[in-house]
Ligand binder design. Sequence first.
Ligand SMILES: Cc1ncc(COP(=O)(O)O)c(C=O)c1O
Length: 374
Amino acid sequence: MPTNTSMKVPLLDLRAQYETIRPEVDAAVKGVMESCHFIGGPEVSALEQEVARYSQTAHAVACASGTDAILVALWALGIGPGDEVISPTYTFFATAGTIANNGATPVFVDVDPKTFNIDLHRLEAAITPRTKAVVAVSLFGQCADIPAIKAICDKHQLYLIEDAAQSIGSEWEGRRSGSMCDFGTFSFFPSKNLGGVGDGGMIVTQNADLAEKARLLCNHGAKPKYHHAIVGTNSRLDALQAAVLRVKLRHLDRWSEQRAKNAALYHQLFEGSKVGRPYHDPRTRHIYNQYVIRATKRDELKKHLAERNIGCEVYYPVPLHLQKCFAHLGGRPGDMPVSEAAANETLALPIYPELTEEMIRYTAQTVREFVDNA
Ligand SMILES: Cc1ncc(COP(=O)(O)O)c(C=O)c1O
């Protein structure tokens, strides 16, 4: 076993990131404070334009979180009571919580065992006459096969939303995550590759009418101010978030490349061991929001790493079809074997860009020795 007792490897170190960009971030924050323009305004509009350009989309609408981005996208498409919306079962809760919050019924589908993105064959089999839309997720930073999913959606006249909360900048054959469907949705939660200093989100689309609808819904449906043709809500991004995100967007590609380099080093260090390495589909640009391995004694490994000051996390321990709040939908253990196995075996290791090679080597060696001797 490695004996390096002084080494600490957190799962994520946002302070280390801040240290590399402190003058730029501090100047951006100061600019907002001095402008006293706190909600909407030029910083938010500029961020919308920059994210639209970055994600190869015509329109971007800022909102309060990645959750709201999905919620508003479904709402703008008119999804509601009586409608079924297909979602992978192995994802963060918001993917399907938003479907339920729109009054629709989530229909869960198992995922592909290699990429953890939605299984295309099972997706098509889950379509019924009540299906209105699919929310596909590009999990852990690897773009799902959106063109193939879109072809299925087009065949059955379904809307497609890509929950790209974890995948900004990821690509499928050169096309950016979020750009190939009716709506793409991003999260700026601080742990994302492009993370703010609080909550934030963005909705992107190629369709001007849908963008306009989403923008209205995020601002109480008001146009002009105090005149409401439709009922919306308050889901806005504040200028402080936008200003910091604009600084970080300038560094995003460098950070995502460094994450990919860190993943390549882990890949090499796990060569020949029993550690299940993440699969990178060569058709994608993977931005490694998470680096997720598989191990049979996962919970013991997690404890072992914690005792050696190595941060790690389980994403996600309970697939959505087995969540208590969705029990009325009739999901049973064994229904979605790929997702259930993933929930028992996967573990995310530190992958953030500021990791040193020494930290990666220490982490990989500690994981490898435990797994191979288990
Ligand atoms: C796949 C996925 N969807 C949706 C969300 C929701 O984003 P937010 O936390 O910004 O509401 C997240 C964030 O963790 C996510 O990972």
